[in-house]
Design a protein around this ligand. Structure first.
Ligand code: TYD
Ligand code: MG
Length: 487
């Protein structure tokens, strides 16, 4: 097969070069040239020729707003992050550390979808519209197709996938498996079988003959993902791409991958603990920052529908350096224990945080020193969110600062203590979104003392907060003073 010409395109400015260079000749950026397929000069000329007939444009109000068709996977926590289910022609990218459970979850989801469609077909009698005429196989026609599923594995053999499915208890699974890594063959199979949903595990193993670079390289990943995305849109097949993450935790391959797809999901959590979180980073068909919570069991991943208390470690008595935070993940409040350890450090003390932003930690330490007179200049400071959760909301500030001071003083916060609230550079404590819901969850779980921003304190005595003594603070000094008096 004749290879297309390749050129090198700059990631920054889009400039091109016929061969690889360390420095982009157009913008001077370093290490930004990546290999891509050169456009055929003839087709470029045709592009201008075809400019002639203008296309009709429509007014937004005249375009019918069709709702997207979703198929729930039947795995509740996955549907929650997807925004209700898989969408026809939608492309989902799912990333996460190796061994966290990406393949397991997707196999479970495919099997559930396959069972649903078989059930539906039995109920509806003989299959309808299975062989949709090739001309009219738009997304709508695709919806009436049988809900077949295809699992394309590039990392494992069919036998290994079968072994996993047995382990999951899916002994008579009807999910179709294809062990293939060549893009052209995968595309051909997709168009021949027209599955309702296909999983590509993983996009880093797929390679296209059109490019000379190795599978997993930026050029290959981008090119293959672009082709698969186009195939999904054209045929109505929903495609799930499994992506590897780099050591830094970002999806390996170009950032453009995230722009190309409709939904980006990340697996979080500690591979040593059994809980796994899936977070939606981007979702064209639903809310972002929604999370799904799973527990890894002997028989695969099981959804945890009431996860509010799983990220608390069980201390018999309160210990110094620990403060429980009520965080809001998507639509659900969750209680997460924040732990801090402050210990005398060397000449250049260390600041380390797990699950929280390190820059934010540095800022909070400065605010603590300036406004509350708590100095950690010569101390190592370590902060950790228990259970491998990643907390990005600033409402964690107050709990982090209380945990740090508690560790520094060696005094535990009282039993049943929770806190939340954002802290500003001027030392003010700002309200967190949906404070009442957070307080309700804490009261429900039997917590008894809360330190919260003034604006979040409930106005009147509400039954929902019974048993919870709520202290409202406006400034960080007040919060520190209060913690000292309560301890
Ligand atoms: P896997 O889905 O292969 O991870 P990924 O595709 O993200 O790399 O998950 C593998 C891990 O999950 C492995 O360490 C074993 C564990 N596991 C269970 O604990 N129970 C199970 O039922 C299965 C299938 C896997
Ligand atoms: Mg895998």
């Amino acid at each position: 097969m004749a290879k297309d010409k390749t050129i090198y395109t700059c990631n920054e400015c889009g400039g091109t070069s016929p061969r690889w260079l360390g420095k982009c000749p157009s913008c001077g950026a370093w290490n930004t040239l990546v290999e891509s397929v050169a456009e055929n000069p003839a087709s470029a000329k045709n592009r201008f020729a075809s400019l002639a007939p203008a296309s009709a444009v429509a007014t937004l109000a005249d375009i019918e707003a069709t709702d997207v068709q979703r198929t729930p996977t039947g795995i509740g926590e996955l549907d929650r992050v997807l925004g209700g289910g898989v969408v026809e022609g939608g492309v989902v990218l799912i990333g996460g550390d190796p061994g966290i459970g990406k393949s397991t979850l997707l196999l479970q989801a495919l099997d559930a979808l396959q069972k649903q469609s078989l059930g539906a077909r039995h109920a509806a009698g003989p299959p309808q519209g299975v062989a949709a005429p090739s001309g009219g196989s738009g997304p709508r026609a695709a919806g009436k197709r049988g809900g077949d599923t295809l699992y394309v594995t590039g990392e494992e053999s069919g036998a290994q996938v079968a072994l996993r499915s047995r382990r999951l208890g899916l002994d008579d699974s009807q999910v179709k498996v294809l062990a293939e890594i060549q893009l052209e063959k995968i595309l051909a199979t997709l168009s021949a079988h027209k599955p309702a949903i296909a999983v590509i595990d993983s996009i880093q193993t797929v390679y296209s003959e059109q490019l000379t670079s190795a599978p997993g390289s930026v050029a290959q990943v981008r090119e293959c993902a672009a082709h698969l995305t186009r195939a999904a849109k054209a045929s109505g097949t929903a495609i799930v791409l499994v992506g590897h993450v780099t050591k830094e935790g970002a999806l390996a391959g170009p950032r453009v991958l995230e722009h190309m797809v409709d939904t980006v999901l990340y697996f979080e959590g500690d591979t040593h603990s059994s809980y796994r979180l899936i977070r939606a980073i981007k979702n064209r068909f639903g809310a972002v920052n929604e999370i799904g919570v799973f527990a890894m069991t002997e028989k695969g991943l099981k959804g945890v529908s009431n996860p509010s208390a799983i990220f608390l470690s069980q201390h018999a008595e309160p210990v110094p350096g620990s403060c429980v935070l009520v965080t809001l993940e998507g639509t659900r409040p969750m209680l997460v224990e924040i732990q801090a350890l402050v210990d005398s450090g060397g000449p250049s003390p260390r600041r380390l945080s797990v699950g929280l932003e390190r820059d934010r930690l540095a800022m909070l330490l400065a605010v603590l020193h300036r406004h509350a007179g708590v100095a950690c200049m010569d101390q190592d400071v370590f902060v950790n969110a228990v259970g491998g959760v990643r907390i990005s909301e600033p409402a964690a500030d107050l709990a982090v600062m209380l945990a740090i001071t508690s560790s520094l003083r060696g005094k535990a916060l009282p039993k049943g203590f929770i806190a939340f609230g954002e802290v500003g550079l001027a030392g003010e404590v700002r309200p967190a979104p949906r404070g009442q819901e957070r307080l309700k969850e804490a009261a429900k779980l039997g917590f008894s003392v809360a330190v919260v921003p003034k604006a979040n304190a409930p106005k009147k005595n509400d039954k929902a907060f019974e048993g919870l003594t709520i202290h409202a603070v406006e400034r960080i000094e007040e919060a520190m003073e209060l913690a000292r008096s309560l301890a």
